[in-house]
Design a protein around this ligand. Structure first.
Ligand SMILES: [Zn+2]
Length: 300
């Protein structure tokens, strides 16, 4: 299965596709300090964390429980704790509040490798794996998110979205999965909610709009897995991201996600739910106005 990409910053963390330049991460505006009950000795998370500590003993890793994850990093105790608390805990709390009613049903690991050398070396030595992205990726096979955290935490938030979507929205099409993950790869908090900002993906989208080379929205939502991640993958990510960004700016994103998820049996591509959220019976009728609006956006 394809990996997923995401972008945040302690520096940073990421998923499985190779395409994002480093992005600044977003951290909670203030430290959130609380001990999760799942970190109590004897819990599945605590046991998993202890097994991880035993496994990497002497290799310089610090391991902490940050429900529903176990976080391990070799950038020093303070940096690992900071990323766990200010990025992982914050993002999980925000995403659950606004989007996800169901959490991953197994313990997942987040590995924060301090630089590119550690990322490559430890993936090889600990997992016999080769990075599919310079930033990071989610590996369902390993039950782990692997991050080169030196590139920022944006990718980390992106990748955190994927296992939650897998649990909360089975069968979620790639455009929605990557659109939502990408939206939050550069994010912050506004009025107590997670909020995606414009980012580097805007440039390629605006260029395609100028060239008149964007695929129809009706085609985007109907892409197969091979098509979405194919030759025009970069553009597909950007279109999905800025479609959801439009909904966010209009205050319609949360309701749309829930309507799409809950109505997926009758509307698997989301075309109908999306049309209702956008206020159009035909997605392609909405596209010209949306493209004009995207052309006016500027990177935050
Ligand atoms: Zn992704």
């Amino acid at each position: 299965m394809r990996g997923f990409l995401l972008f945040l910053s302690f520096a940073a963390c990421s998923g499985a596709t190779v395409e994002a330049p480093r992005s600044p991460a977003v951290v909670a505006p203030e430290p959130i300090v609380a001990t999760a009950p799942d970190s109590e000795p004897g819990s599945a998370l605590a046991q998993h964390a202890q097994a991880l500590r035993d496994r990497v003993a002497g290799k310089g890793f610090h391991v902490v429980v940050e429900e529903p994850f176990v976080v391990a990093g070799d950038g020093g105790e303070a940096a690992v704790e900071r990323c766990a608390t200010r990025t992982v805990r914050w993002a999980v709390r925000m995403l659950r509040q606004d989007f996800f009613a169901v959490s991953p049903d197994r313990v997942l690991e987040i590995w924060l490798f301090r630089d590119a050398a550690s990322y490559r070396k430890n993936l090889r030595e600990l997992f016999d794996d080769t990075p599919i992205s310079p930033f990071g990726y989610y590996s369902p096979r390993h039950g782990a998110l692997f991050m080169n955290i030196a590139t920022g935490t944006g990718t980390l938030v992106h990748e955190i979205v994927h296992p939650f979507i897998a649990a909360d929205f089975p069968g979620c099409p790639d455009w929605m999965n990557e659109g939502l993950a990408s939206l939050f790869e550069q994010c912050g908090e506004a009025d107590g909610h997670i909020f995606g900002h414009t980012n580097w993906r805007l440039d390629g989208l605006q260029e395609a709009i100028r060239d008149g080379s964007t695929p129809r929205l009706s085609q985007l939502v109907a892409t197969t897995n091979a098509e979405f991640y194919g030759d025009r993958s970069r553009l597909h990510y950007a279109m999905a991201r800025y479609l959801l960004y439009w909904l966010q700016q209009e205050g319609r994103l949360r309701a749309f996600y829930r309507a799409f998820r809950d109505g997926r049996a009758e509307d698997p591509t989301g075309a109908r739910s999306l049309g209702a959220a956008l206020g159009t019976a035909r997605l392609d009728d909405f596209q010209p106005g949306w493209e004009k609006w995207v052309a006016t956006l500027r990177r935050d």
